[in-house]
Design a protein around this ligand. Structure first.
Ligand code: CLF
Ligand code: SF4
Length: 503
């Protein structure tokens, strides 16, 4: 019998049901089911290390680290470290004291915020005093917040012991290559032992330090995520090998991010016209690497002062002048945070139970396996794992792939907001057209509500608008729409050519 199993909301402890995308993000509780309890406890509410958690929990960054010790061809130093951030973004630099005050203000105001990361604007470990002082104070003052750091890895082996002393459970290393010949095309120089070192030698030292740092962290039980920037024609053919190597050394998760290179950013790659990957190329590489290790697909390339759920930025609510005047009773805030986290966990558990019952038989629909095919669907959501956003209010859509085996999250697409209120959503045609282009390859879009005009335009573009699953868990809704398509015989035909992913 052919079954469609909803893999979206896995129960802790495994079992057949759930896991946002068992083969997809690699961070779902399903994918973690084989891990010991103490490791699952580290990731269950980390929005980057667990794809399912990112629907429920938020993170924040503080920009305390201005300097860098290497040069990447996708960075020009005027902006945040592009190893973790979208290039072209500048964050406001904070002192450690200011950063700690900001973290406590955010923790009191956004109780879903569970993780504090330091990811720039330069390399956090090239600024060890500022980075470690921030962590030290937070360990003392806000013990319920997880600490996380991202680095290019050059200084890492020298700082592993201190990071462990500060109770840092999560470290990201950006590893773009394990071959110095590839590295020489990405890194023009490094600054190491008071000397600037160039070319292949620089890449060789950087790679050796990254690999050593990875091994040291894994040896001490720290969870390591590896970020790689996919640069077509430079390291795209090499990243499967990177995935294999870092997995063998114990990395927990691999996050392949697209290069974003624009001439106006003034980076070497931008000026030289180096292109980034298409959605299709990125997904194909992520799928290829997934054969070897758990993949992250929900990264939003956050700025170095990002605040809020992944994909949103509430930093403007917490500027220095605003937090100066805030009085924070952290003991009271901690109690409120505990209550909010308990409510989130109860909700997650309820969703897991519901999805655990969501086995769907395609055989009942008289669909033969060879007549089905994968279908991409776009989803508008504000979080909570539900279809709960108006089409016109979405700034990004999550992309899910449904097959006759499962439903898996495969990525996200950013769009411009074109509707600022009301139900008509018809004012900004150009933006709407851009949105529809951004959804190329999808055959349906699921949202809580949609206006008359976008409905018609989506249909004309061959993307079925669907508002019938408002407030339902995403994976259940995607599975239900896939079933409907199967029942209507729409899976017996190939996807229309115009819907295939564009180059
Ligand atoms: Fe920040 Fe990075 Fe820690 Fe997350 S972000 S330091 S691991 S807390 Fe997350 Fe943002 Fe992607 Fe980074 S979505 S850019 S992976
Ligand atoms: Fe820029 Fe980050 Fe590379 Fe340093 S490590 S050069 S800040 S992208």
């Amino acid at each position: 019998m052919l079954e469609l199993k909803v893999l979206g909301q896995e129960g802790v402890g495994g079992g057949p049901a759930g896991g946002c995308t068992s083969s997809g993000c690699g961070g779902s509780l399903d994918a973690l089911a084989h891990l010991p309890e103490h490791i699952r406890a580290k990731v269950h509410n980390h929005p980057c290390y667990s794809e399912e958690a990112h629907h429920h929990y938020a993170r924040m960054h503080v920009a305390v680290a201005p300097a860098c010790n290497i040069q990447c061809h996708y960075c020009n130093r005027k902006y945040d470290c592009a190893n973790e951030s979208r290039p072209g973004v500048v964050s406001e630099l904070l002192t450690p004291d200011q950063a700690v005050k900001k973290v406590m203000a955010v923790a009191a105001s956004i109780p879903q915020m569970t993780v504090l990361g330091i990811a720039g604007p330069g390399d956090p470990l090239a600024n060890p005093d500022r980075t470690l002082e921030t962590f030290r104070q937070l360990t003392e003052k806000a013990a319920d917040i997880k600490l996380c750091v991202s680095t290019n890895g050059l200084a890492l082996p020298d700082l592993v012991e201190e990071l462990c002393q500060h109770n840092i459970d999560h470290v990201t290393i950006t590893i773009n290559c394990v071959d110095p010949d590839v590295g020489a095309k990405i890194y023009p120089w490094i600054f190491w032992k008071d000397r600037r070192i160039k070319g292949r030698k620089a890449a060789e030292i950087l790679i050796e330090r990254q690999q050593r740092g990875l091994e040291m962290l894994v040896g001490r039980g720290v969870l390591v995520k590896v970020n790689s920037v996919m640069i077509p024609g430079v390291n795209d053919q090499h990243l499967e090998e990177v995935s294999r190597v870092v997995k063998a050394k114990g990395a927990f998760l691999h996050n392949v991010m697209p290069l974003i290179a624009e001439a106006e950013h003034g980076t070497f790659f931008g000026v030289m016209g180096q292109r980034g990957p298409t959605h299709d190329e990125l997904q194909t590489l992520q799928d290829a690497c997934a054969g070897d290790m758990a993949m992250m697909r929900h990264c939003r390339q956050c700025r170095a002062d990002a605040v809020g759920m992944l994909g949103e930025d509430r930093g403007s609510e917490f500027t220095l002048d605003k937090i100066e005047s805030m009085e924070i009773d952290y003991a009271k805030a901690m109690e409120e945070r505990r209550q909010v986290h308990a409510a989130i966990e109860a909700n997650r558990e309820a969703q897991r139970k519901k999805s655990g019952e969501s086995f769907v038989s395609l055989s009942a629909l008289k669909v033969r396996k060879k007549e089905t095919r994968p279908v991409l669907m776009a989803v508008a959501t504000t979080g909570g794992g539900l279809i709960n956003q108006h089409f016109g209010h979405a700034r990004e859509f999550l992309i899910y792939e449904a097959t006759d085996k499962d439903v898996r999250f495969v990525g996200h697409r950013k769009v411009d907001l074109y509707c600022s209120g009301g139900d008509t959503c018809g004012d900004a045609d150009t933006t709407l057209e851009k949105t529809i282009r951004a959804l190329a390859g999808c055959e349906a879009v699921l949202c809580s509500k949609i206006g008359y005009e976008p409905w018609g335009l989506l249909e004309a573009a061959g993307i079925a608008p669907n508002g019938e699953h408002a407030m339902e868990p995403i994976e259940d809704a995607v599975a239900a729409v896939y079933r409907e398509m199967a029942a209507e015989g729409r899976l017996e035909r190939p996807a229309p050519a115009k819907l295939r992913l564009t180059a």
